[in-house]
Design a protein around this ligand. Sequence first.
Ligand code: NAP
Length: 342
Amino acid sequence: MRSIVYSRTGPSSVLESVERDAASPGAGEVRVRVTVSGVNPTDWKARASTAAPLPFDEVVPNQDGAGVVDAVGSGVDGLEVGDRVWVFLAAHQRPTGTAQEFTVLPAERVVKLPEGIGFDVAASLGVPAMTAHRALTVHEFGPTRLSAGALDGRVVLVQGGAGAVGHAAIQLAVWAGATVIATVSSDEKAALVRAAGAHHVVQYPSPDLAARILEVAPDGVDHIVEVSPSQNAALDVEVIANHGSIAYYANNNGEEFTAPIVASFAKNVRWQGLLLYTVGPEPLAAAAADITAALEAGALPVGEDAGLPLTWFPIDETAAAHDAVESGVTGKVLIRVADDLA
Ligand SMILES: NC(=O)c1ccc[n+]([C@@H]2O[C@H](COP(=O)([O-])OP(=O)(O)OC[C@H]3O[C@@H](n4cnc5c(N)ncnc54)[C@H](OP(=O)(O)O)[C@@H]3O)[C@@H](O)[C@H]2O)c1
């Protein structure tokens, strides 16, 4: 089978296309024939990072993907050969990402696709949708699970709504009944977040951002999904409601942030970090289940019309796909691994 691998970290040129034997699934594992591999910032960052030695001789990149169950190991319940699935954290603490024709991974990271959901949608879920789910469910008095109506009456601010995580946060929050405000940096991105379902859009940078958000939510916003705390912390505290949560998941544009202390504690603000790799199995399982319900409701479409333009690459151009994500291409970067995109 075709695999894209790297055996040392570095620029995308360390990625090589090789032939490898497909592995067999062990106990508790599933083998998936990959149709689409999804690329996220974490994939190029892991490939490029020199912070630690590579823990495996050879790594296949990309955490997310979609395909069809091809073999099932012993002790696996609920998944069968032929099931159409999406996968998450495929390359977490193992070298077997989705940039290859077959990948073996623990059964709990493989989720059945509801009828009629395409592999393009499926390969776009993983990291973005699970991060968004967690960000929307860490409120002190909010629901820990999402469903239609779970966020009724709440206001969600999605900072950077045209990002992949931002897009998923808008879609999940709208499905769950929230009023959603999204921030963006351009008219083009404003059109995308509206297409994703955001009810209100505010463009940054702007001196009156806080006033415009508070016009929509005079008592403040309940949940903030934050991609750039170093730039937005003061604004977040200004617009957050009493007991609101600011779930920050990225360090875009800065490694540190400062926040006004008195205003934070006076509003009982919850500054909530989140990292999918360390969040633990329960939140991941909850996210997978709720995302499945959202898919069944048709709430997570992709493509330009749904606010998430797709940029496709063939598997042999995985390096270019990584570069596209690193350069900040708007929307979702997907790799076509097999042609049966039904
Ligand atoms: N903690 C976790 O588990 C986790 C999970 C998923 C992703 N991440 C991280 O999250 C980040 C985003 O991932 P992604 O896939 O969504 O990337 P993406 O599609 O490139 O989106 C990033 C978005 O952030 C926006 N942005 C940047 N600075 C902003 C600011 N000051 N205010 C508001 N928006 C701002 C960008 O918009 P403009 O360029 O128009 O400003 C862009 O839309 C990456 O750093 C990724 O590594 C972390």
